[in-house]
Design a protein around this ligand. Structure first.
Ligand SMILES: NC(=[NH2+])NCCC[C@H](N)C(=O)O
Length: 276
């Protein structure tokens, strides 16, 4: 099955000191994508303001969401978002859900963080720590169709929300057994998946350009095997690769192979590919 890549060099969802590097990260990944299947969104560079929402830089996030919806409206293949920050997933997941119609996909969130803070509980006010919760609270997705994979940095309110909503969490050490993840997804009753990959699901030793590194993450091999196992079993509704934040050109060349393999695992093969 073919996919369309949409590059969204957004940083405004992140309050990290290295947030602007997310723009460089998205543009670096774009270098390896097929130009004919890739669209790059025009993202404002300025921070923007809260527009009374309490969310930092919300005006820019809103603008990107609107532009994203316009850019993907005519696309028929599943969209692979290349971020930018995790906040860009709001538009990408919304599009995948709309495209899937009545067969709602399960959202598989490969990320060191669950991004499940509400506005009141967010320690940062940055939307990249709220995006998954916002999708559920806004009714775009059902919390019963979320599986967290590799999360290991949870705020207290996120922990509560996960428990209250019975959101399954497959921890990093369990991801070495892809069958455990496949079983957790199958238990949600879905036949298709949206795969969100924040590069910080990886162990910091695996990639140089991780902006919010968290120890005890998964190896690249484990992540690739998990993605392939999920792709082999479920149809791809859409995917996102986010938060790549390279410090310099050297780290981009060191990281390129790993990123390309992740892109390949997301985009190629899978349950939806007819056997040759
Ligand atoms: N996708 C990320 N890098 N998220 C970081 C989130 C950090 C923290 N939990 C917050 O809500 O602000």
């Amino acid at each position: 099955m073919a996919v369309s890549f949409v590059v969204v060099p957004e940083w405004q969802g992140s309050g990290s000191a290295r947030a602007m590097r997310l723009v460089d990260g998205a543009l670096a990944i774009r270098e390896d994508l097929p130009p004919g299947a890739t669209v790059t969104l025009d993202v404002p560079l300025e921070a923007g303001d809260r527009e009374g929402t309490g969310i930092h830089r919300f005006s820019s996030l809103r603008l990107v969401r609107e532009r994203f919806a316009d850019a993907v409206a005519h696309l028929t293949d599943p969209v692979v978002l290349v971020g930018g920050d995790c906040a860009a997933e709001y538009g990408a997941v919304a599009h995948a859900v709309r495209r899937a119609g009545s067969a709602a996909p399960t959202i598989v969130w490969f990320d060191a963080h669950p991004d499940a803070n509400g506005l009141e509980s967010s320690p940062s006010g940055d939307f990249n720590g709220m995006v998954l919760r916002a999708l559920a609270d806004d009714g775009v997705i059902d919390a019963a169709r979320i599986v967290l994979a590799g999360a290991r940095s949870l705020d207290a309110a996120e922990d509560e929300w996960i428990t209250e909503n019975h959101v399954p969490l497959v921890r990093a050490d369990r991801l070495t057994d892809p069958a455990a993840l496949v079983a957790a997804i199958a238990a949600t009753g879905a036949t298709s998946v949206y795969l969100h990959i924040d590069v910080d699901v990886l162990d910091p030793a695996e990639l140089r350009g991780i902006g919010d590194p968290e120890p005890f993450g998964v190896s690249a091999e484990t992540l690739l095997a998990a993605i392939r196992a999920v792709r082999a079993r479920f149809t791809l509704a859409g995917a996102g690769l986010t938060q790549y934040s390279p410090a310099d050109e050297d780290s981009i060349s060191d990281d390129a192979g790993t990123l390309l393999r992740i892109i390949g695992a997301l985009a190629c093969g899978g349950a939806d590919t007819p056997a040759a």
